[in-house]
Ligand binder design. Structure first.
Ligand code: GLN
Length: 284
């Protein structure tokens, strides 16, 4: 690694770090550098562009250097800054939660398409993690009451905190437990989940940021299908007439998971793609 030459201005620091992080294996070196610098300086991203010649003082440099070192060693940016944006909502993230992904916004879009505006309703988010899906639905549909279930008590605490920060705690109730277990015989208009779906032996689990995320949120048995095999049959018992189930899937699971929906009595089953053109959500 070549040390940085010249003055430590915002512009120079970003250029140098973007290159350094790309060399150490990040696929988003420039964005990583910007998010880490914002965190070290306590400013919004726009500020980096408005004042690119702003010099960094000694303590800012020290704080930033630590963040860049940790990132170069493989820590996810979301863990280092403690936050990730999803559906334009800032969500607190820790090592106990999955880091919200843009792909999951497709699930939110599908859900909103099935939740008419201005009508009261009940939605359920299973395996809520940070609470990102539940928060997005509650924010977009002010009449909706949302239950969010999370098996990890540590992740459930993060979700609860996120609802308070977003002023959604009156409409999103976070429950700790396994899938439907904490809900009794409650019935919903819409059930959504981004469950674990990666096969246990998939090398993806050891790669990049994924390696630093909770395994329980990602891996689901030898074929990645264990969560679906539990959720799909159980969901039928918790859907009202005309209710919808929507599950995020891996790119190659569309056929298998839609067949599972149909075997369990779901109709109007459809697979929807993400912005990368890959199958991402099954609806029924
Ligand atoms: N899409 C995520 C990934 O590939 C996995 C999310 C999940 O298992 N629910 O890293």
């Amino acid at each position: 690694m070549t040390p940085m030459a010249g003055a430590w201005t915002v512009r120079a620091v970003l250029e140098w770090t973007a290159g350094h992080l790309a060399e150490t294996g990040s696929e988003s070196g420039r964005l990583d550098a910007e998010l880490l610098l914002c965190h070290a300086l306590g400013v919004e991203r726009l500020q980096l562009y408005l004042d690119p010649d702003r010099p960094l003082d000694e303590s800012e440099r020290a704080a930033y250097r630590e963040l860049v070192r940790a990132r170069a060693r493989g820590a996810p940016v979301a863990h280092l800054v403690g936050e990730r944006e999803f559906w334009s909502l800032p969500l607190r993230v820790t090592a106990d939660t999955l880091i919200p992904r843009p792909d999951t916004e497709v699930l939110v879009e599908q859900a909103l398409g099935h939740l008419p505006e201005g009508q009261p309703g009940r939605a359920l988010d299973l395996g809520t993690g940070t609470g990102c899906i539940a928060a997005a639905l509650a924010r977009e549909r002010p009449e909706l009451q949302v239950d969010a279930v999370e098996a990890s008590p540590e992740a459930a605490a993060v979700a609860t905190d996120n609802m308070a920060r977003l002023d959604l705690e009156d409409r999103v109730a976070v429950h700790t437990g396994s899938w439907f277990e904490p809900l009794g015989d409650a019935v919903y208009d819409l059930i959504v989940s981004n469950p674990p779906y990666i096969p246990e032996a998939d090398p993806h689990l050891e790669a990049g940021d994924v390696a630093a995320e909770p395994r329980e949120a990602l891996a689901a048995g030898p074929e990645g299908l264990n969560a679906y095999r539990t959720l799909v049959p159980a969901a039928i018992e918790h859907l009202g007439p005309g209710g919808w189930l929507m599950l995020e899937i891996g790119w190659d699971q569309g056929d298998t998971v839609s067949a599972l929906f149909e075997e369990n009595g779901f109709t109007e089953v459809a697979v929807h793609r993400d912005y990368g053109g890959r199958d991402r959500v099954v609806v029924g």
